[in-house]
Design a protein around this ligand. Structure first.
Ligand code: ATP
Ligand code: MG
Length: 323
């Protein structure tokens, strides 16, 4: 694959995903970043995942990158690319890591792109990320951002069987928001949900599968009555991780974007929009959460439960129960 990034694709990963089918990367991989005047973490994390996948699946092939050269008094694109550790994605790009600047102390507004390979690590990685990005700001939302990051990393590591594990990045913005990216190159949402016989007939497209995955309690596999302590709060595999994250982002005025196969669903206060993409080999999630307007996770879960029981418990004057 010979990929020359367009001017806008550094900040518009969806434009890139509409144009390029990443399920089909064959031969040597060359990425030219030279036209890009600015990067958002989502495009860089996406390309990190692709270099990593290419290295893991075809180690004998060649991988090269033409770095971005744009510089102004405010921006040095390649320096940003270096600071997020993009060139750590595979050994072939390591020569491009040479840094002609001094790194700041780790406390700041963003963390470098981070790989996670084991379920046991997701909590501590999420904690490390929020500690870094919230360290200089006296704002709330750390708990919810940590929750979202660890739920989404858990999904990638538990469901995807991704050859590259999971890749994550998060960044605090001055607009009172945190944006995050979590991706894997595994089986994708549709294939995983197809293991659930009760819903398999409804999964006629990637779009339908993504919609299903966002419904509470659809995918749950774990019986909390039998093993309620399996995870803090007892919600492990209740089919709630994605829907709760989505509600959290949406209610704060942010968004959750769920991408897998040939589909992208973007959910925000305006509703849920579908965009067809060329192809992503796994699951790719980006989100924005406005930390000044954060909902309570327990309230969201209670509301889902009331909806599931259609309010029967409450009519009887009982507290909501999980089934
Ligand atoms: N990264 C992923 N790769 C493959 N399938 C995924 C991925 N993320 C989510 N899914 C699919 O979406 C479903 C819904 O995810 P969700 O996090 O809501 O539930 P869960 O992981 O099954 O349970 P819980 O999060 O409550 O422990 C999953 O069961 C799985 O089928
Ligand atoms: Mg989950």
């Amino acid at each position: 694959m010979n990929l020359v990034l367009d001017y806008n694709e550094g900040t518009d990963h969806l434009a890139l995903l509409r144009r390029i089918d990443f399920c089909n990367v064959t031969g040597p991989l060359f990425v030219d970043m030279d036209r890009v005047p600015f990067f958002h973490p989502s495009t860089l994390t996406l390309l990190y995942g692709i270099f990593k996948l290419h290295y893991c699946t075809t180690p004998g092939e060649k991988r090269t990158c033409q770095p971005a050269s744009f510089q102004s008094s405010e921006t040095d694109v390649n320096r940003y690319v270096q600071r997020v550790n993009f060139f750590d994605s595979c050994p072939d790009l390591k020569p491009l890591r040479e840094e002609k600047f001094r790194r700041h102390d780790p406390a700041g507004r963003f963390v470098p792109i981070t790989e996670v390979h084991k379920m046991e690590e997701t909590d501590s990685v999420a904690q490390r990320i929020v500690s870094v990005i919230f360290s200089k700001s006296k704002v709330s939302g750390e708990t919810q951002v940590k929750y979202a990051l660890s739920e989404l990393m858990d999904n990638a590591l538990q469901h995807a069987e991704s050859p590259i594990g999971c890749v994550v990045q998060a960044q605090l913005y001055r607009t009172n928001s945190v944006e995050g990216v979590i991706l894997d190159c595994g089986m994708g949402v549709r294939k995983h949900l197809q293991g659930n016989r009760t819903i398999v007939s409804e999964l006629t497209s990637d779009e339908k599968a993504l919609q299903k995955a966002l419904e509470p309690h659809v995918s749950g596999t774990h019986n909390r009555k039998r093993d309620p302590e399996k995870r803090e709060g007892g919600y492990h595999n209740a089919g709630l991780g994605l829907p709760v994250c989505c509600e959290l982002m949406k209610r704060s005025g942010g968004f959750l974007q769920l991408i897998s196969g040939k589909s992208c669903l973007t959910v925000d206060r305006e509703g849920c929009r579908h965009t067809a993409i060329a192809g992503w080999p796994g699951t790719f999630i980006t989100f924005r959460i406005n930390y000044q307007n954060i909902a309570n996770i327990t309230d969201i879960i209670k509301e889902f439960d009331i909806r599931k029981t259609k309010g029967h418990n409450l009519e009887k004057g009982e507290a909501p129960k999980f089934i």
